[in-house]
Ligand binder design. Sequence first.
Ligand SMILES: [Zn+2]
Length: 308
Amino acid sequence: MLGETAAPVQQTLKAAIGCRGVGLHSGRRVAMSLLPAAAGTGIVFRRTDLSVEIRANWINAVESARCTTLSDGEGTSVGTVEHLMAALAGAEIDNAVVEIDGPEVPIMDGSAAPFVFLIECAGVVEQDAPRRAIEVLKLVSVVADGGTAVLSPDHGFSMSFEIDFESSLIRRQDMSVVVDPGIFKSELSRARTFGLLDEVVRLQEAGLARGGSLDNVIVVSGDRVLNSGGLRYKDEFVRHKMLDAIGDLYLAGAPIIGHFRGVRSGHAHTRRLLAALFADPEAWSYTTPAPAFRPLALDHQDARALRP
Ligand SMILES: [Zn+2]
């Protein structure tokens, strides 16, 4: 038997799972737990130290060049959500509650891989509700500060990204992918946050990146990487920018069906792009993703019948 189709349904975690780590900017040690949530919940952050919940939605994102911060508008926030959001998007988790006892998601190793590992350890379970996606119907774009971000119609979720740094090690990198859980995990999830040495020094002098170290940031000095293990991918820099964009785009509140193109863009571009998308009712609509083609495992009878 081959080729049964099934309409995608919402997914959550099979069990709760937690980790501890340090916030990149705050330097604070935090404990974080990912919990299963009912269909239709979406991703919700819960500050357990303050009993405040903040929905992971672009409406709650405050403009920031360095990381993506969600705020309740009354002084409570959760910072650096983008790598965790990317892992949840990449693993196709529709519903989860993220409990955290401090102001910033732990940076772990600077990538999304530790969060993918947590999700895999917890397990993923299907729920009794169809998945809802956001289909891009026409091109929207944001051009600002030397960067461009564009969303345009496509059959699935795809992405291309171009960066151009003066660093002789990074220079120009361009990459395109069709994003699915396998590609996300193998090609993007392990790419780490990076910074140029003088920029990292400046940030730390300004009281930022307090939790930053060679354990969680790739530090580039001239044409060298200061981290002893070197790079995980030759073009790890552009891959990390794609990871960031996937996390930021998941603040749409549902998976996107469309193509994202980023050229030297950052968190603020992606947030403004979502604002532009949702400001135009003709630019998007909710949709149920097309049923996935799922080849079923052959049973022995079928396998014998197929033998030449
Ligand atoms: Zn990042």
